[in-house]
Design a binder for this molecule. Structure first.
Ligand SMILES: [Zn+2]
Length: 302
């Protein structure tokens, strides 16, 4: 009998010592870091904005958690969006899956949009959530992103989108793919009006969502270690029979190759967005002119 069996348990196939220890840990108190597999006290993880204190991995956030750490406290006003069931192709079991995700997440779809201020600058913000249908984009997600762009246009505010998605929603087929064109057209109108659009790539951002509105940002930021790409590594392996090195589909790789403007740690994201918003809206330039004018006045008085 092995030592493991003596203690009433046997390490399962492919399981590490850390995995084995975690089997006995109460789930509500501890969470496993998906990268280093260490158990982290959940409260410590939350204090650390859900960034692993051991390896720095940025764990996924739910959309309202993201809004809470980004918008000025109490400033977020969610736009009213349709929550009507939508199954244009009558895809089997799709209605039940949507109903199940609604119940499990408390969300009506995979994106939430609204108006808020960030360090005082008004902005429209849309945040995607991987926990609802893997953040996939069907008609309703596309509609909400396009409406967020229209709301920004109407108010003449900048727009920020936090992307997190496995891609287009297969149950809506071509209607999902049409959202790529719809969101891009809405953002084109924002661009023609001279308004700024900032995207933030978070873990994970793939396929139709990356290839449409996420890539169109005037400024594209990303969290460290976010998986991103057009086709996922599993599909590439099955169809092309090649295995890409892991680092090819990370935000760092895309930053090195010019697709991402900056990698920003979660603790710095709010202040970075605030700074970018001030540049984009001209507030930074106005402040600088006023500061210089005040300096000139002071010099004259002396
Ligand atoms: Zn870790």
């Amino acid at each position: 009998m092995s030592a493991d069996e003596t203690f009433g348990r046997r390490r399962r196939r492919g399981e590490t010592h850390a995995d084995e220890r975690l089997r006995d840990v109460p789930e509500d108190l501890w969470e496993t870091c998906p990268k280093c597999r260490e158990a982290i006290y959940r409260k410590e993880l939350e204090r650390n904005l859900r960034v692993c204190p051991k390896c720095g991995f940025h764990l996924r956030l739910k959309c309202y958690e993201r809004i809470a750490i980004t918008a000025d406290e109490g400033s977020f006003r969610e736009f009213e969006m349709s929550a009507a069931p939508y199954n244009p192709l009558g895809f089997p079991e799709y209605d039940g899956k949507i109903a199940g995700d609604r119940k499990a997440t408390g969300l009506s779809e995979a994106v939430v949009a609204g108006g808020c201020t960030i360090e005082g600058t008004p902005t429209v913000m849309a945040v995607m959530d991987m926990s609802f249908r893997g953040g996939s984009m069907g008609y309703e997600v596309g509609e909400r992103v396009a409406r967020a762009a229209e709301a920004a246009l109407e108010r003449r505010w900048p727009l920020i989108i936090f992307a997190a998605s496995g891609g287009a929603r297969m149950q809506e087929s071509l209607i999902s793919l049409m959202q790529m064109a719809k969101t891009s057209a809405a953002l084109g109108r924002l661009d023609s009006a001279g308004l700024s659009y900032i995207t933030v790539v978070t873990d994970m951002t793939y396929a139709g969502v990356l290839a449409s509105f996420t890539s169109l940002g005037d400024v594209i930021l990303a969290e460290p270690g976010a998986a991103m790409g057009f086709t996922g590594p599993r599909v590439i392996e099955i169809t092309l029979r090649i295995r890409l090195p892991h680092e090819v589909q990370t935000s760092e790789f895309h930053h090195e190759h010019g697709m991402i403007d900056a990698i920003v740690e979660r603790k710095d994201m709010r202040s970075t967005l605030a700074r970018v918003l001030r540049w984009c809206t001209g507030a930074a330039a106005r402040d600088s002119v006023l500061a210089r004018a005040a300096h000139v006045e002071d010099t004259h008085e002396q």
